[in-house]
Design a protein around this ligand. Structure first.
Ligand SMILES: Nc1nc2c(ncn2[C@@H]2O[C@H](COP(=O)(O)OP(=O)(O)OP(=O)(O)O)[C@@H](O)[C@H]2O)c(=O)[nH]1
Length: 327
């Protein structure tokens, strides 16, 4: 980076500098800038002493600015600065180190304005203050818009991380997040909460006989039975390998048992097909069955104990011969 002239001895005009455009008195502003150096950078050359609080106004070429490279706040944003635009306003206003790293994308010429002079310009000509306010307001709006986009994206990924990839049901992370709240809500409002634990029968044998991929298809069919048979206020969760769970808010024991019976029947009737074969023909596989255990949240009961109660009921259904419901 080498000095090639000063603003006063160059042919650049105040109108070339966005931050100083539309002043009442260009000549007065030009006088203040007269001794400011114009530095030349070769392509890929970095601005030296970029950390000093200074204003850099690009006159020719293009700069790349990577934000906040050393604070850990770096968000990977890289901006391209074009002639007339500036870098470093924020650090001058904050009287802090400039944490951007500035590099020339091609041979460039940069006007360097020291922080003291920026303040003098603000004091003596309100054009800089006015343009700075406009610029900062634009940046706040852009930053807010970016923040909103990121929040949306974050929420999207958060929700995605709560869904089981194979079945599309909620996963264990969702359960850990939501069940304590559901239990607390039920206790708080004295409303019943039912939990049905579902486990496919002899699933190991199914896998062994038809292959793991067919087993996956069976899990998907079972999940479809659950999602297709529930009210919008109910939730179906893949609890573990071939264990699933249904949560029914505002549902008493009698109704929960009826729902479990319905699920058991639909599970029995669900068709499972092999994966797509050559020629597109999908082979039907033997039907799967499931055992279901029903539990209703008792006063003072924790979510952990509620799950255990449903698990114990499921165990009884298995003991009684599988393909049935127990409470
Ligand atoms: N295909 C497939 N199989 C799975 C998946 N998760 C767990 N399994 C299988 O599910 C089987 C569960 O077997 P077990 O726990 O012995 O129970 P089971 O054979 O269903 O017998 P019972 O529950 O007593 O009726 C195991 O063979 C697991 O490998 C999965 O995502 N896909």
């Amino acid at each position: 980076m080498k000095q090639i002239s000063t603003f006063g001895s160059s042919s650049y005009q105040i109108s070339d500098l966005q931050l100083l455009r539309n002043s009442d008195d260009d000549a007065a502003v030009a006088r203040l800038l007269a001794n400011c150096p114009i530095m030349q950078l070769e392509a890929e050359e970095a601005v030296t002493e970029a950390s000093r609080a200074r204003l850099y106004i690009l006159l020719r070429g293009a700069l790349s600015v990577a934000n906040d490279t050393r604070t850990g706040m770096a968000d990977g944003t890289i901006s391209k600065i074009l002639p007339g635009e500036s870098v470093g306003e924020q650090s001058v206003l904050d009287e802090e180190t400039n944490l951007s790293s500035i590099t020339a994308l091609e041979r460039s010429e940069v006007l360097v304005v020291e922080a003291d002079l920026v303040w003098q310009l603000i004091d003596e000509s309100n054009v800089l203050a006015r343009n700075l306010l406009r610029l900062l307001s634009f940046r706040i709006r852009a930053a807010n818009a970016q923040l909103r986009r990121r929040q949306k994206l974050g929420e999207f990924y958060r929700q995605l991380s709560m869904i089981d990839g194979l079945t599309g049901l909620y996963n264990r992370a969702w359960l850990n997040d939501l069940l304590p709240t559901m239990v607390a809500t039920a206790h708080g409002s004295n409303a019943p909460l039912a939990l049905i634990m579902i486990d496919l029968d002899h699933f190991k044998k199914f896998n062994d006989s038809h292959g793991h991929l067919a087993g996956d298809e069976a899990l998907r069919s079972a999940a479809q039975v659950l999602s297709g048979a529930l009210r919008p206020t109910d939730f179906a969760v893949r609890y573990g390998g071939e264990e699933m769970m249904v949560l029914l808010p505002d549902t008493n024991g009698k109704v929960a048992l009826a729902v479990a019976e319905r699920l058991c029947e639909r599970m029995r009737q669900a068709e499972v097909f092999d994966g797509v074969r050559a020629g597109g023909v999908r082979q039907p596989l033997p039907h799967i069955t499931a055992s279901l255990g029903v539990a209703i949240l008792q006063p003072q009961q924790s979510e952990h104990d509620l799950i255990q109660a449903a698990d114990a009921a499921l165990y009884r259904a298995k003991e009684l011969g599988r393909n049935q419901v127990a409470a």
